[in-house]
Design a protein around this ligand. Structure first.
Ligand code: G
Ligand code: G
Ligand code: MN
Ligand code: NA
Length: 254
């Protein structure tokens, strides 16, 4: 079977999973959120990365039902953690370019929030910088309607796309995520240290919180703390883990 047909079948047969990676408050060390990351658990091939199948999902239109499943699953899980009395947690969900511009993302989000009873204020959507740059006027309209639902908006992979700062300023955003490519070589790359601290300052100047991705070492953490970065995620704290493992992290944080 072609990848597209296999993908549709995997979705129908329940072979998709969400893994969760902790997001930590850099100043207090508190667990404040989780990014949901999609995994395809193929009975023959094992774990397949979204980097391999999201592009196919986008070009084939499978991203519509797949994206709806991801949103629904993340909200159901988030609500389950809430009703278990575990600490408050923001759940961040990745949204792809096609899903953002060509599907009814506002309708889908509204639907899953209603069905799951998960409060909108705890849901965050991550949109890549390049998706916002593609059609800024359309993007502004969608972001505005999403914001009206009461959820939070993050710009993902910041620094790798080409969004103009003039547009960025007009978008109703809450969080800027520094791409891990700028974090990786800290403290060895003076350029990356300059870029990262500039992005933190830029984000704060625009009234946004700033999260650093891909933090793997204590040196990186110390640098980001000193520069006033708000949050981090990365292997230093934890890899993305299945929901059951994340539940244990939450129980420890209680
Ligand atoms: O989870 P990493 O470990 O493999 O993710 C690889 C890429 O896939 C990243 O760019 C990530 O943003 C993207 N990705 C992960 N989960 C999702 C998802 O649910 N939807 C979309 N659109 N992209 C996702
Ligand atoms: O594009 P996006 O930022 O959504 O994708 C996040 C990707 O980064 C996922 O593939 C996730 O598994 C990966 N990731 C998360 N933390 C780390 C880390 O500390 N180091 C590296 N190399 N990758 C990470
Ligand atoms: Mn992301
Ligand atoms: Na990213």
């Amino acid at each position: 079977l072609e990848l597209e047909a296999r993908l549709r079948r995997a979705l129908d047969q329940g072979h998709m999973r969400l893994y969760y990676q902790p997001q930590i408050d850099l100043q207090t060390g508190r667990l404040m959120g989780a990014e949901a990351l999609l995994r395809w658990l193929d009975p023959e091939e094992g774990l397949i990365s979204p980097a391999r199948f999201i592009p196919v999902a986008e070009s084939s239109g499978v991203i519509g039902p797949l994206g709806l499943w991801v949103l629904g699953e993340a909200c159901r899980q988030g609500q389950q953690w809430r009703t278990a009395g575990l600490p408050d947690l923001t759940i961040a969900v990745n949204v792809s370019l096609h899903q953002f511009l060509l599907t009814d993302l506002v309708g889908a989000t509204n639907q899953v929030l209603a069905e799951s009873c998960f409060p909108a204020e705890f849901l965050e959507l991550e949109i890549t910088e390049s998706a916002l740059a593609e059609k800024p006027e359309d993007a502004l309209a969608v972001l505005t309607r999403l914001r009206e639902l009461g959820l939070r908006l993050a710009i993902d992979d910041f620094g790798t796309g080409y969004s103009s700062l003039a547009h960025l300023k007009r978008f109703p955003l809450d969080l800027l995520k520094i791409d891990q490519g700028f974090i990786r070589d800290i403290p060895h790359s003076a350029d990356d240290m300059t870029i990262s601290s500039s992005v933190i300052a830029l984000g704060h100047a625009m009234g946004l919180k700033v999260l650093a991705e891909g933090v793997e070492t204590r040196e990186q953490l110390a640098f980001l703390q000193e520069k006033g970065c708000d949050y981090f995620q990365g292997y230093l704290c934890s890899r993305p883990v299945p929901a059951e493992d994340f539940t244990r992290l939450l129980e420890k944080a209680r």
